[in-house]
Design a protein around this ligand. Structure first.
Ligand code: SAM
Length: 319
């Protein structure tokens, strides 16, 4: 297992399901592979070591900055090309650098340990920081959203993205406590609304933090669009490997692959096509971390990998 480089010495990100992802991508020297979520570059490192050229995306400028001094960026031609962009834009970005087809795409959805562990990024409630949660470090922050949205909108976000059954109660408490400025403010309001007692096995603020983060970063939309972009970019025999961390994401990946692998398949963003040929074959079942990896890296407990191989069928038009 390869230890990933990190942007911060005290917050290393341990790549999850690394061996399984690399086995699924089966990189060969000279292959061109998109790492849609560079993070600390754990997957990218292994792909480069296998001789591939990697186009690595991350919407977080800090992650891209940390990769900019990797030696492969200055090889001629570079074997590591960094894109400080959202992966929903990967087809345009690759087009702009003159690459029409790739041999693999991998996505490791969600936040990195660096993002979670830096209080000032505002992702975690274990340490107090500004209520931010923006991976890209621009646009609407969590505080902007929670301090201005309608109560019903906040409740919908908590329910849909956090599966918070008491979403209305929490939304009402948020409105009453405005303005919220820190992650501690949000955690206190949610815990009070749900009657949390210290020492309870799961902090109820977890669900609300997940929900607000998914909303602020439009994470599920990004995933739909990233899958559609991968379909456009992968050539015949190209491999897709997607790791997700909660059921909302995994459901999207599972349904997308099921639809794309069956003739006539469609999906939420891709129109139903009569008699259309399958877009993917060899679709895997859910691959999960083994107990040894979970012991070493508890974050891997909820990770699910799904992978598949692209057929020669024409990519469907993204809606
Ligand atoms: C779980 S980490 C990836 C870790 C990486 N596989 C490694 O081994 O170091 C996820 C990364 O993806 C980035 N990310 C999440 N959603 C993104 C999106 N829609 N577009 C681009 N980057 C995204 C995050 O900023 C974060 O750095």
């Amino acid at each position: 297992m390869i230890a990933a480089a990190s942007s911060s010495d005290n917050a290393p990100h341990i790549p999850v399901l690394l061996d399984e992802v690399i086995a699924a991508l089966a990189p060969q020297p000279g292959d061109v592979i998109v790492d849609a979520t560079f993070g600390a570059g754990g997957y990218t490192r292994a792909l480069l070591d296998a001789g591939a050229t990697v186009h690595a995306f991350d919407r977080d400028p800090d992650a891209i900055e940390a990769g900019s001094n990797w030696p492969e960026t200055s090889e001629q031609p570079p074997r590591l090309v960094l894109h400080a962009r959202r992966f929903s834009e990967m087809a345009e970005a690759m087009h702009e650098v003159g690459v029409a087809r790739v041999d693999g795409v991998t996505m490791d959805i969600g936040v990195s340990s660096m993002q979670l562990d830096q209080a000032e990024r505002g992702f975690a409630f274990s340490s107090d920081g500004p209520l931010d949660m923006r991976m890209s470090q621009d646009g609407e922050s969590a505080a902007d959203f929670l301090n201005s949205a309608e109560e019903s909108t906040i409740a919908d976000v908590l329910y849909q993205y956090g599966e918070e059954r008491q979403s209305r109660r929490v939304a009402r408490a948020i409105i009453a406590a405005r303005p919220l400025e820190t992650t501690g403010d949000l955690a206190r309001v949610v815990r009070k609304a749900l009657g949390y007692r210290a020492g309870a096995p799961k902090d109820p603020a977890t669900r609300s933090f997940q929900a607000v983060r998914i909303h602020v970063n439009a994470e599920l939309e990004e995933l739909h669009q990233g899958l559609a972009a991968s379909e456009q970019l992968l050539g015949e025999g190209g491999r897709l490997a997607v790791v997700s961390f909660h059921s909302l994401e995994d459901r999207i990946v599972k349904r997308y692959l099921r639809d794309a692998a069956s003739a006539g398949g469609g999906s939420r963003h891709l129109p139903q096509l009569e008699q259309a040929p399958a877009i993917y074959r060899a679709v895997s079942k859910a691959v999960r971390a083994g107990s040894e990896e979970i012991d070493r890296n508890p974050r891997s407990r909820s990770a699910v990998l799904r992978h598949a191989i692209r057929t020669d069928a024409t990519a469907r038009k993204a809606a």
